[in-house]
Design a protein around this ligand. Structure first.
Ligand SMILES: [Zn+2]
Ligand SMILES: [Zn+2]
Length: 168
């Protein structure tokens, strides 16, 4: 777990930390993302104005996602900068439209960052991956991987919506 010690932050100008978070601490299955190695983090927390604070840093890891055509696992490197302004609840005015996740209360003692770290991974992971530019994918008929084998399925039928045009 990664968190900011708000009591300590109150006593000091700046907090820094660095370390690794094990892949098992994340649950990104539903996004089709696996971490292939621990997430490396380097964080710096500094005050912003009288009541708020800024979290800046770098997160790095390697991800595994499935090729969108043939489902083969594909690894990519993720390296992204964090830059989040957290607003103290007592300084917020009603008209301020600040996401709930970026609000905090000094009285809460510490602020859990795991949700934010997951969010960064999801936001910066590739929207899709392909094992190769020319991946042939899987046959829609028999499921064979067409990169490794051919199959004898008939050509897929032409979409009937084209008939109207073709018969003219
Ligand atoms: Zn592929
Ligand atoms: Zn086939």
């Amino acid at each position: 777990m990664v968190y900011i010690d708000l009591n300590e932050l109150q006593r000091t100008n700046k907090l820094t930390s660095q370390g690794f978070v094990e892949p098992s601490e994340f649950n990104l299955d539903e996004f089709g993302i696996n971490l292939k190695c621990p997430l490396g983090i380097k964080l710096e927390v500094s005050h912003s104005g009288k009541t708020d604070f800024l979290l800046q840093g770098i997160v790095e890891t390697r991800l595994e996602q499935k090729c969108r055509k043939c489902l083969k696992p594909v690894e990519t490197t993720l390296s992204t900068n964090l830059d989040l302004l957290f607003r103290s609840k007592d300084s917020l005015k009603e008209e301020d439209e600040i996401e709930e996740e970026l609000q905090f209360d000094w009285k809460q003692g510490h602020l859990d960052l795991m949700g934010h770290l997951s969010q960064e991974i999801i936001l910066h992971a590739p929207a899709f991956v392909e094992c190769h530019d020319s991946c042939q994918g899987l046959c829609a008929g028999c499921g064979n991987n067409l990169n490794h084998s051919v199959c004898e399925c008939p050509e897929p039928p032409v979409d009937p919506r084209w008939d109207v045009l073709l018969n003219h």
